[in-house]
Structure formats: structure tokens, C-alpha cells
Design a protein around this ligand. Structure first.
Ligand code: MN9
Length: 309
């Protein structure tokens, strides 16, 4: 089989949710059915065990097992990128090696966080982690873990094996510069779902994010519109998506995404505390009522989970 190249991770890539059951145990059956649902919808890859996957609420063994289940269910149909980040290099290396053994195509990691590690320590972290497997590494820029500036991104990009960046920020300011100064081959995965159109317009190669679990059809159409240079259509689709995202962000967004998936036939289960859930019928009904109102007020059509309400 030809060696996987990060340029093969294309299109819309959900930052995959991790389903838990009512008792907060990982739910393998639900995980498998969500994977199939997303592949049937036409996503271009999966990014497992990241922020959306509630990764820091799981033990390392659980994380490794989730990756195994996803890879097994995907069975080579689309690329799988596993987020293996942890605060400590040893922990991340262990997860990376297990992810490689499970058969993922690439690994990714947030920078070590909590303590303000120095730029050199962050470079060392990514060097050690990238050396620990043969897989391409996608570094991760996200405000939750402390943003990497352009110069630091350039240093990380120079590490052998680092092939791209998942870039989640309220701006796409650096995208064109990354492409021009670091190189066209350095893959950019735009990470702010609210800015998917801007990210793709400013040179991102693909998009990775939470809401691609819930409304993959909207973002697949958006990404095709940008590819055809139909920016008017892309803007319309982004506006629809953003109405849905901003509404969801009033709640625990991952819990909203999971319920919305369940309504359209992909039961994504529940979240782990301290995230909250929609356990009671009454709570779920009032959530549905609020969605129906948004659909009507914004005149949203063609969004699968709203159409079934
Ligand atoms: O990078 C996600 N960011 C976080 C991925 O989880 C913090 C995004 O997909 C956001 O959830 C999304 C909504 O703000 O853009």
C-alpha cells in the first residue's frame, strides 16, 4: 500500500465525538454507528480523541481503545488522524505508539499545556513525539492550549515528520503567510467551524471541526462551493451553519451535537461530566422546541437534523 500522505486528508473532517452511555461509559456500539453515519454522509476523514472527543475526560487506556475501535470500523475507507496530546511527553508518546499500532494514518497533538512551557520545550515535545512513530504529525494551534505564533509554527514545521497544522483561532490571519513562507506542502486544516469559508479561501487544504459531526452536509456543500469559487453560495451556507453553531454554543455544544446526531439516526450518546447532557425527556423536548423556532426564524432548509424535528 502506498505510504499515506497528509494531502490525502481532504474535504470535511469531523473532530469526532466520543459517545458515552447514560452511565458515562464509552459506548462502542454507538461509536461504530456514528463512524458509519459520517462516512455515508461523505466526510473526507476523521480526527479522533480531540477536544470534541472529550479526550481529557478519558484515561489513556480509554483513549487508546477509542482509537482502535474507530480504525477498525473505518476499515481503510477514509483517513484517520488520532489526537494523542497530553501534558507529558511520555504520556503522548505512549498514546502515539498505540495509535500507530492500531493503524491510524497520522497523529496530532495540542502543545503541552497548563504550565507555561517555553518555546524550546514545546519544540522538544513535538520533536520527541514525532520521532516516536513513522506517522505524519499535525501540530495544533488552539487558544485553549495557548496559541503558537508564526515564528514558533515555522520552527515546528521544520521538524522532520511534521506535515501540517490544525489551526483553530478567531482569525485566519496567518494562513496565507504559512503557505507562502513555510511552504505550499505544509497542510493547513482550518479549525474554527465559524470560519470554514475564510479558512478555505485563505489557503487551508481541508477543515477539521466539531460541527462536521452534526451538519456534515452543510460543510461539504460549503467546501465544494469554495472549490468552485462560488463565494456567494459559500457565504450563504456559512451563515446557516453559524446560526446553528451560535445557538449550540449557548449550551454544552458537544451535548447539543450528540443529541442532534441521534435525531437524524446516529445515536451519539451522552457526554461525560462536568459537561452536561439532555437526559430527561422534558429537557430534550425543550431543546427541540428551541431548534424548531430557530429553523423557522432563520428560514433554514435542507439541514438534515432540523428537517426531522
Ligand atoms: O477545533 C473546535 N474547537 C474546540 C475544533 O473544540 C475548542 C471547533 O470545531 C469549535 O468547536 C467550533 C465551534 O466554536 O468552531
Amino acid at each position: 500500500m502506498p505510504k499515506f500522505d497528509l494531502s490525502d486528508a481532504k474535504g470535511v473532517i469531523p473532530a469526532l465525538i466520543t459517545p458515552f452511555d447514560e452511565n458515562e461509559h464509552f459506548d462502542e456500539t454507538r461509536m461504530r454507528s456514528c463512524v458509519d453515519f459520517l462516512i455515508e454522509r461523505g466526510v473526507g476523514g476523521l480526527y479522533t480523541t480531540g477536544s470534541t472527543g472529550e479526550t481529557f475526560l478519558m484515561s489513556p487506556d480509554e483513549r487508546a481503545f477509542v482509537v482502535e475501535v474507530v480504525v477498525d470500523q473505518v476499515a481503510g475507507r477514509i483517513p484517520v488522524i488520532a489526537h494523542v496530546g497530553a501534558i507529558g511527553t511520555h504520556l503522548s508518546v505512549d498514546l502515539a505508539q498505540k495509535a500507530q499500532a492500531a493503524g491510524v494514518d497520522a497523529i496530532s497533538s495540542v502543545p503541552p499545556f497548563y504550565w507555561p512551557f517555553t518555546p524550546d520545550q514545546v519544540v522538544n515535545y513535538y520533536t520527541d513525539l514525532t520521532k516516536s512513530t513513522d506517522l505524519p504529525m499535525v501540530v495544533y494551534n488552539i487558544p485553549l492550549a495557548g496559541m503558537l505564533g508564526f515564528d514558533q509554527i515555522a520552527r515546528l514545521a521544520a521538524i522532520p515528520g511534521v506535515g501540517g497544522i490544525k489551526y483553530t483561532a478567531p482569525t485566519v490571519f496567518d494562513f496565507l503567510r504559512i503557505k507562502e513562507e513555510i511552504g505550499a506542502d505544509f497542510r493547513i486544516f482550518s479549525g474554527s467551524d465559524e470560519l470554514a469559508m475564510a479558512g478555505l479561501g485563505f489557503g487551508a487544504d481541508a477543515i477539521i471541526g466539531s460541527f462536521y459531526n452534526l451538519i456534515p452536509e452543510v460543510f461539504i456543500a460549503l467546501s465544494e462551493a469554495v472549490a468552485k469559487n462560488d463565494m456567494a453560495l459559500a457565504k450563504e451556507l456559512q451563515a446557516t451553519a453559524n446560526a446553528i453553531i451560535f445557538f449550540s454554543l449557548n449550551y454544552s455544544a458537544t451535548a447539543v451535537i450528540k443529541r442532534g446526531m441521534a435525531w437524524q439516526g446516529a445515536d451519539a450518546g451522552y457526554c461525560r461530566r462536568p459537561f452536561d447532557n439532555f437526559f430527561t425527556k422534558g429537557e430534550e423536548e425543550s431543546l427541540k422546541t428551541a431548534w424548531r423556532k430557530l429553523k423557522q426564524d432563520r428560514n433554514i432548509n435542507g439541514v438534515a437534523f432540523l428537517d426531522v424535528l
